[in-house]
Design a protein around this ligand. Structure first.
Ligand code: OSB
Ligand code: MG
Length: 371
């Protein structure tokens, strides 16, 4: 649109409790791109941290990449052209995701057509899992798990690292025998260390699935672990392009493994790339769920749009509401969870109202992009 304007917003949103993974602690920093035209507003989120720990992106890289895309943002004739310009550059998936969703939600509002409809999805009820970080001790872990099961979480995902793995899984299995357990290592195990291999074997005795045991570039070791232990191994960090999803299919064929994919739109570069991964997964019988990166409701709404397009079964996904992690939701009308399922909306645009006063109160920096 002729009158479009863009603003980058860096916010630090207070969190309820620490969230620890094998690679570090979460502080609540987020980058948003707000777009405006007429009476409509669009928004996208880059779930980056101040340091490149989960992926190579971080706050400043997202800001600088977006500034460099200014010309394309203002001069492209349509979304297709804009996306192809963005994708002519490598990497920077989270920045691309933020830009894409900001524009898509803006246009969805202007055209009065919902994104769920646009991707051929339906407003399903989506099964929700809860992610529990590395806790101080087993008592804290059990009480977090109880809390999640009380609101109906369909699966518990627990963070592990060498030294905090077998004990927590054993305790959870003992306390909650029938509950689905997923152990997420965020790549912390070394595939050539025998002691690590043994620990993962013990984890496999208590967990239903293990996520990203080995570093991102090593898909083969994950396939071997899956077939040797007869356990589902979920790939998260490893699948950063649709091409990788094809490799997962080839590995399952070759090793007789059960590798599945945690589809995270910001890791893949947005909606279009995520839909490609879903198509590959259906074609090759790869189980999927939609993962989160502690996004606020803005990023989580994109993830739900992607979930609506899943053609086969969907494993419990990271749709617990943002106020689960943050002191307050960025939405005035957060998504409800009933019995562990979130009801997706299919209204045009963002599908919820941003609490602008709250966002303003947690904003650290605003960077308008001038035409
Ligand atoms: O590996 O899934 C992960 C959060 C930050 C970084 C990595 C991961 C996570 C989560 C969050 O597990 C899950 C959520 O957003 O609900
Ligand atoms: Mg993960």
């Amino acid at each position: 649109p002729e009158d479009v304007s863009y603003e980058l917003v860096i916010a630090k949103i207070p969190i309820k409790r620490a969230f620890r993974t094998s690679f570090g602690e979460f502080y609540g920093v987020r980058v948003f791109l707000i777009s405006r035209s007429g009476d409509c507003i669009g928004a996208g989120e880059a779930p980056v941290d101040p340091y490149p720990l989960y992926s190579g992106e971080f706050v400043e890289s997202v800001v600088e990449f977006t500034k460099k895309m200014k010309e394309h943002l203002f001069m492209s004739q349509n979304v297709k052209e804009l996306l192809s310009k963005l994708n002519s550059y490598r990497g920077n998936q989270m920045a691309k995701t933020m830009i894409e969703y900001s524009i898509l939600t803006l246009l969805s509002c202007l055209n009065n057509k919902s994104l769920v409809e646009a991707v051929g999805g339906r407003p399903y009820k989506l099964p929700v899992q809860e992610s529990i970080g590395i806790t101080e001790d087993l008592d804290e872990l059990i009480s977090c798990a109880e809390e999640a099961l009380n609101w109906g979480a369909r699966r518990l995902k627990v963070k592990i690292k060498p030294g905090w793995d077998v004990e927590p899984l054993k305790a959870l299995r003992h306390e909650f025998p029938g509950v689905q357990l997923l152990a997420d290592a965020n790549g912390a195990y070394d595939p050539v260390r025998e002691s690590h291999r043994e620990q993962l074997s013990d984890v496999a005795a208590y967990a239903d699935a293990i996520e990203q045991p080995y570093p991102p570039g090593d898909l083969v070791s994950s396939a071997k672990l899956s077939s040797e232990e007869g356990i589902e191994v979920v790939l998260d960090e490893s699948v950063d392009t649709p091409r990788r999803a094809l490799e997962v299919a080839m590995l399952n064929e070759e090793f007789g493994s059960l590798l599945s994919i945690n589809v995270k739109p910001p890791r893949l570069g947005g909606l279009t790339a995520s839909l490609q991964v879903l198509d590959i997964a259906v074609d090759h019988n790869i189980p999927v769920f939609i993962g989160g990166l502690l996004e606020t409701v803005i990023g989580r709404s994109l993830n739900m749009v992607v979930a609506s397009a899943v053609k086969g079964p969907l494993e419990p996904s990271d749709f617990s509401p943002d106020q689960q992690f943050y002191e307050r939701s960025l939405a005035k009308d957060p998504f409800d969870i009933k019995c562990g399922f979130v009801e997706l909306r299919d209204s045009p645009g963002l599908m919820f109202d941003i609490d602008w006063d709250y966002l303003e109160s947690v904003t650290v920096e605003k960077i308008p992009l001038e035409r």
